[in-house]
Design a protein around this ligand. Structure first.
Ligand SMILES: NC(=O)c1ccc[n+]([C@@H]2O[C@H](COP(=O)([O-])OP(=O)(O)OC[C@H]3O[C@@H](n4cnc5c(N)ncnc54)[C@H](OP(=O)(O)O)[C@@H]3O)[C@@H](O)[C@H]2O)c1
Length: 289
């Protein structure tokens, strides 16, 4: 059996199409959807991410406000900027690019973002809503993975899913989203004993380790017909690679996401979707349940 490649670019384009249409509907209501980005410091990778996100916004008609702060900015100054953006009615979404410089308490900055403008879904309030199954603004990578399941009509209800990751960004929110859709979810991490055994029993494996030198998901580690979602990004022989030995795993799996072209484009698309949701929330068109 050879599995099917999950085309994250195609699914992301369909999300972007819907987002573009929603942005123009909001415009008719007098709402100019706007995302404010905050970049602290001069990390080139972070700067590149912010530029890409701004381009994505422009592509679907979302305006952006660019805030770039020097590396030595202190906690209070960043939090004051977040507060200004919280109170700016023309700004619907706030994205603080992570990681922040080491002198900054990241959790404290994120906690200052209004939950109604929290397009990364990382504020404590939205994390709480997510675990109660009531959030509108969900972290982009996990919600992008859920979109992939929907698009490919992969029914996760009753299935055993193994997530290899326990971060706040990926593993923990995905646990809640999959549980909400009736999957039986096991979270694994670097201290899990006999990780291979968990993977071999799984109907769905989501891997987000991001270190090919330490970890590769091989075909021996999955069962026939498993769905494999590869979130990890690392370098292998100088090229961008995921956690999965794709060429061999796809011969045994039913579906596999490639890297690049799988989860990455979905993460970017879901930020746009969240920004439109935040704009809708601001006008009472969408409300938290
Ligand atoms: N494509 C995208 O859109 C996208 C979005 C987000 C993240 N990512 C990528 O996903 C990866 C994870 O991101 P993150 O922010 O969640 O990073 P992270 O916080 O470093 O999480 C890595 C996870 O992998 C686990 N792990 C490490 N070595 C392991 C091993 N040998 N066996 C089993 N588990 C192991 C860690 O366990 P411990 O908790 O025990 O340390 C941790 O839970 C990165 O490569 C990142 O670039 C991609």
């Amino acid at each position: 059996m050879t599995g099917q490649k999950i085309d994250g670019i195609a699914v992301a384009n369909s999300v972007k199409e819907r987002t573009r249409a929603a942005v123009s509907e909001l415009k008719k209501e007098g709402i100019d959807t706007c995302l404010a980005t905050v970049l602290v410091g001069d990390d080139p990778a972070s700067a590149q991410y912010v530029t890409s996100k701004q381009k994505d916004c422009a592509d679907v008609g979302i305006a952006t406000k660019d805030h770039r702060l020097p590396q030595n900015f202190i906690q209070k100054e960043i939090e004051e900027l977040v507060n200004l953006l919280n109170n700016d009615d023309t700004v619907h979404g706030i994205l603080v690019q992570l990681p922040l410089p080491s002198q900054i308490n990241e959790f404290s900055v994120i906690a200052k973002i209004s939950p109604l403008k929290d397009v990364d879904g990382l504020t404590p309030y939205n994390v709480g809503l997510l675990s109660s199954g009531r959030s509108l603004l969900k972290p982009c990578t996990p919600s992008g993975i859920m979109e992939l399941f929907d698009y490919y009509k992969i029914d996760i209800s009753g299935k055993h899913a193994v997530i290899i990751n326990r971060s706040n960004l990926v593993g923990k929110p995905l646990y809640h989203l999959m549980l909400e859709k009736d999957a039986t979810v096991t979270t694994c991490h670097s201290r899990t004993n006999d990780l291979e055994k968990f993977c071999q029993e799984a109907d769905i494996v989501v891997t987000a380790v991001g270190n090919r030198a330490k970890f590769t998901l091989t075909e021996e580690m999955i069962k026939d017909g498993a769905v494999v979602i590869d979130v990890g990004t690392s370098r292998l022989d100088g090229k961008l690679a995921g956690d999965v030995d794709y060429d061999n795993v796809i011969k045994k799996a039913s579906y596999v996401t490639p890297v690049p072209g799988g989860v990455g484009p979905m993460t970017r698309a879901m930020l746009l979707k969240n920004t439109v949701t935040a704009a809708s929330i601001s006008k009472g068109i969408a409300t938290q349940r």
